[in-house]
Design a protein around this ligand. Sequence first.
Ligand SMILES: [Mn+2]
Length: 369
Amino acid sequence: MNETQPYTDRLAELRAEMRQRGLAGLLVKRPENRRYLSGYTADDPQLDESSGWLLILEDCAYLLTDSRYETQARREAVGFEVVRYQHRVFGALTELCRPIESGRLGYEEDLVTVRELEWLKQSVDLEITEASGLVENRRAVKDDAEIECIIRALAIAEEALAEAIDAIRIGRTERETARRFEASILELGAEGPAFETIVASGPNAALPHAVPGDRKFEAGDAVVFDCGAVFQGYRSDITRTVLVEPIPDWIREIYQVVHSAQHAALEIIAPHMMTDEVDRTAREVIEAAGYGPYFGHGLGHGLGLATHERPSLSRFNPTTLRPGMVVTVEPGIYLPGKGGVRLEQLVLITIDGARVLNHNSFFYDFKTD
Ligand SMILES: [Mn+2]
């Protein structure tokens, strides 16, 4: 298999689906989708500023970008014709779509702004139609090379996390601990953190997406670490709750409930199972212990080029798990004003079951106390 092979295959599969849906063309703006289809790695500078659009037609594939990215685009997007536009992408789109005689042009509803959609309708003489999810659904099932990247990204995060946990001392702050983790992953070969590292201690641990601050660790804290690394564009995501002795009984209790909930989900997760069923299995353990109202988020999410991608393990939008999907299993209990516990494993769905990709557990085993 040569380097362009995955992109050629992905484009062929995408085109087959476009034909089924009656799409003469597809516009792709989401950075992860662009990268998945073309190998073009540029991210968007900000929400309303694009580093490029793919236009996939039946016989050709274009990457439209501006002068800032042209060289990178030509180097990376093998098999794509790079078109440089001056001001806005729409003039170039008008030209490229002109030869299409009939059919519809799809766009990603969840990425294209309302203003861009108006411009698009004015520029292109085709029926414009919403076509979100075509690429995301393919991305949900990973090939071996993608799984290898995720495993590397996880191994880096685990090694850096082990160092950061070792360095926890009463009096050190959340922020310096988060920085220590992020410095370590860079030394270990990561491109960067997968997302802003969370180190949340004491009452801050009750905030599922807390930002590390100047709070110093104290005896009796539960410290939630949620962190990940990027390797060749692929991400990892790991959450552990570190306990600073002596631990109050209430923390010990919720830790054990969260751990049991996670265990229950990992016992049953398998191909062909519905995502909401896995969520329910963990949720029932937490509800039975009386903490149902304190587990507000879904059980987990797909992970790959994006930290959060399909499928979502939640009560909403149930989908079927398939071999090659990589998902997190991360129950939590958050007691406002007091603290919280979350534990997150990364799981690969296989042909006949599931495999936890984490190597280092960092779990507390209270039974041996
Ligand atoms: Mn996660």
